[in-house]
Design a protein. Structure first.
Length: 379
């Protein structure tokens, strides 16, 4: 009997020397404490043993893409928020003004395009037609020369002017002896009568000569110009002009979309439903683009994440591999789970290249908290 005890003791010592981790793991599960030093956990041929932490199934560090002054903080730490809910607003006076200006520019561009496509109004056509008729009438009159009535009127005007000139001359001669003759009313009257007679006589001579080539050329040019304006109105805008106006509308629409997008950037919205874990700003503070202002997490379930699986160990870890999880803060809690994902790219650290392994627990525990430390054993 003593010989059998000796043999059993030897076998136990041999097993402890060959598989020391297995005996230590039994202590972890049974006692709820990990007999592992603060340094990197050990690994056996059957298991990869490493440190981990508790993380939400989804999390994000939120920031603004633009700079600004915080105008409103609409949530507090610990608040439950919905996807799309506004969390923080920046002062948006400048962005709102830009939107109003862009809307006004778009209205102007659209009105101009509509005017070009609509063509001329009936009133504009009527005015252009009347201008053509007036120009043609003037040309006809130039070609026909003065009428007998116009010649008679011009002769009567000349006769009256001649009589007025004789009267003025007689009055002037009557005081011709005066030394201040040039400053008298009679002198001014004679000068005026002379100029009037000269102008009327020149007009009568012009009527008697008939229209000149220059007069007819000017009249014909006026007719051609009026007809061209009428045809241009009737033809409407050229396709090239409409294309330019359409491009202007498209450009102003794009400018409005940009202004609206910039205005939207003054509001920080929740990208998904979750819990506000941290707030880093207050009303009145300046925020720079990309500056972390809040942390949001979906705490409806937890994942276990390790970031220090070495390149030697990661080749032995497969998605779906069973995992046992223990927690420093909850010694009596042991969970099982499965490997969900393994990072494709390793991270260079002082201890070498390490990889992130994400684990989905089979069960959730209400005592778990974000960033709690854990110990995982991956088969």
């Amino acid at each position: 009997m003593d010989k059998l005890k000796v043999i059993a003791l030897c076998l136990a010592l041999l097993a402890a020397a060959v598989y020391p981790w297995a005996y230590g793991y039994q202590d972890v599960v049974a006692q709820g404490t990990a007999p592992i030093e603060a340094t990197k956990p050990s690994t056996s041929e059957q298991h990869v043993l490493t440190k981990a932490r508790v993380v939400p199934i989804r999390s994000a560090t939120l920031s603004f893409p633009i700079e600004g002054i915080v105008a409103e903080v609409l949530v507090s730490e610990g608040d439950q928020v919905k996807a799309g809910q506004v969390l923080i607003r920046l002062d948006s006076g400048r962005q709102q003004a830009a939107v109003l200006q862009a809307k006004a520019e778009l209205r102007r561009a659209r009105a101009q395009l509509a005017e070009l496509k609509a063509g001329p109004r009936p009133e504009e056509i009527a005015i252009a037609e009347a201008a053509v008729m007036n120009a043609q009438a003037r040309l006809q009159k130039v070609l026909e020369g003065p009428s007998e009535a116009e010649l008679t009127a011009a002769r009567i005007d000349l006769a009256n002017a001649e009589a007025a000139l004789r009267t003025a001359q007689s009055n002037y001669d009557a005081i011709s002896w005066r030394n201040d003759l040039a400053a008298t009313a009679q002198s001014f009257a004679l000068d005026k009568a002379t100029k009037t007679y000269t102008a009327i006589k020149a007009r009568l001579d012009e009527l008697l000569r008939g229209p000149s080539e220059a007069d007819m050329a000017i009249a014909r040019s006026e007719v051609r110009e009026a007809q061209a304006n009428l045809e241009l109105l009737r033809a409407g805008a050229r396709p090239e002009t409409i294309a330019v106006a359409e491009a202007e509308v498209a450009a102003t629409e794009a400018a409005l979309e940009q202004a609206v997008a910039t205005l939207a950037e003054t509001e920080l919205r929740a990208p998904f439903t979750g819990t506000i874990a941290a707030l880093n700003v207050s009303v009145g503070e300046y925020v720079a683009p990309g500056m972390p202002v809040a942390v949001l997490g979906d705490l409806s379930a937890w994942l276990i994440e390790t970031r220090d699986v070495t390149e030697q160990d990661v080749v032995r870890v497969q998605p779906g591999a069973p995992v046992t999880i223990t927690f420093d803060a909850i010694p009596d809690l042991t969970l099982t789970g499965r490997v969900s994902t393994i990072s494709l790219v390793g991270e260079e650290t002082a201890d070498g290249v390490v990889y992130t392994v994400t684990i989905i627990p089979d069960l959730q525990d209400s005592r778990l908290r974000w960033n709690m430390s854990a110990l995982v054993s991956i088969e």
